[in-house]
Design a protein around this ligand. Structure first.
Ligand code: DAH
Length: 337
């Protein structure tokens, strides 16, 4: 073997076996190895030749040493995994996955039910003016809902407040569109109320609005029955109780039959067999004309519900504050839905 062949062999040598590496070491780096024999030959050369030849075999020796060290480290590193440093049988760390908030899940469910019967989704601003939140909706100037105790007003702008309900969106929709109108409007609303298990100063509502020619109270009842049965099950019954809202005439509150006691009466429905879930009514003609829609041609109904309340009804949770505290132990229970 000449020096060039040896140089090439060292350069091309590659292995992942400790045994082969040891053979390589013996061949090029041990006292009895190929290179040592060349060192022995040095003595037989002239001074000039010795210098040149010596340099060449020294370089080869260094190359072999470098190669040996490099492969040794690689093999050792690979072996680490097979020793006790890493337990390949240990279970993997399971990454904690996030999940949608129960209020978001139920909001989508409600919107999906109405989407199936042709309702589209609309939104509006959380910071509203008095016209959209109250006046256009037929609230008298001295209506108690405008009171400082119920509404968060913006200090510097007496006419501007955080919306107290999503009914403000129906005003915006009617101002901007002519019938037929079929929308559901989800959103966050704000009321200056004490935070308790049953009430919160921030919560979510969905407003519904249907305006066309010849829309009747019967259409409303049928639509809301469809909604209740889609959400809570086909065995659910509804009842409409007369009520009052400034923006609807007539107005009603809708109850669903209690799913726990099947109408027999239990603690959850306060022994009545019914649970209130929304307010509704025929849009007052004043509201239609306030929004630029001719009440002599068109009629319609509106409804509004609290999303937290529906969620509580679906999942039998009792304290509304749980929805806002973001305690993972609570939220995790909804991860699968
Ligand atoms: N805006 C009412 C509330 O916040 C809910 C409501 C009742 C909305 C009747 C309506 C309706 O559209 O017709 O309590």
């Amino acid at each position: 073997m000449n020096l060039e062949e040896i140089r090439q062999e060292i350069e091309e040598f590659i292995t992942d076996s400790a045994e082969e590496l040891e053979q390589f070491r013996q061949k090029y780096l041990s006292k009895k190895g190929t290179l040592s024999q060349f060192f022995d030959q040095l003595r037989t050369l002239t001074a000039d030749d010795r210098k040149e030849f010596g340099q060449k075999i020294n370089t080869l020796k260094n190359n072999a040493l470098q190669k040996f060290e490099q492969l040794k480290t690689e093999i050792e590193n690979r072996c680490v995994g097979q020793t006790s440093d890493i337990d390949l049988t240990a279970p993997a760390n399971v990454a904690q996955m996030g999940a949608r908030h129960p209020v978001s899940v139920v909001k989508k469910q409600i919107c999906d039910v109405f989407a199936k019967i042709g309702f589209t989704i609309a939104q509006g601003p959380e910071i509203e003016d008095d016209w959209h939140n109250f006046e256009a909706l037929n609230f008298a100037p001295d209506h108690p809902a405008r009171d400082m105790q119920d509404t968060f007003f913006i200090d510097t702008e007496p006419d501007i407040a955080l919306r107290t309900h999503t009914s403000s969106i129906q005003v915006r929709i009617m101002e901007q569109n002519q019938p037929p109108i079929r929308v559901v409007c989800p959103g966050r609303v704000f009321r200056n109320e004490t935070i308790t298990a049953r009430s919160h100063c921030i919560f979510h509502q969905i407003e519904g609005l249907y305006i066309d020619k010849n829309v009747s109270f019967a259409d409303m009842k049928q639509t809301l029955l469809y909604f209740a049965q889609q959400m809570f099950g086909s065995h659910i019954r509804i009842r409409l109780r007369p009520s009052y809202f400034p923006f609807t005439e007539p107005s009603a509150e809708m109850d669903i039959s209690c799913d726990i006691c099947k109408g027999e009466g239990c603690v959850l429905c306060k022994k009545s067999g019914w649970v209130e879930i929304l307010g509704c009514g025929m849009v007052d003609p004043n509201v239609l004309s306030n929004c630029g829609i001719d009440p002599n041609i068109y009629s319609g109904f509106a409804f509004g519900m609290g999303i937290e309340r529906i969620t509580q009804q679906l999942y039998k949770t009792k304290d509304i504050r749980l929805f806002f505290e973001n305690d993972v132990r609570f939220l995790q229970q909804f991860a699968a839905i």
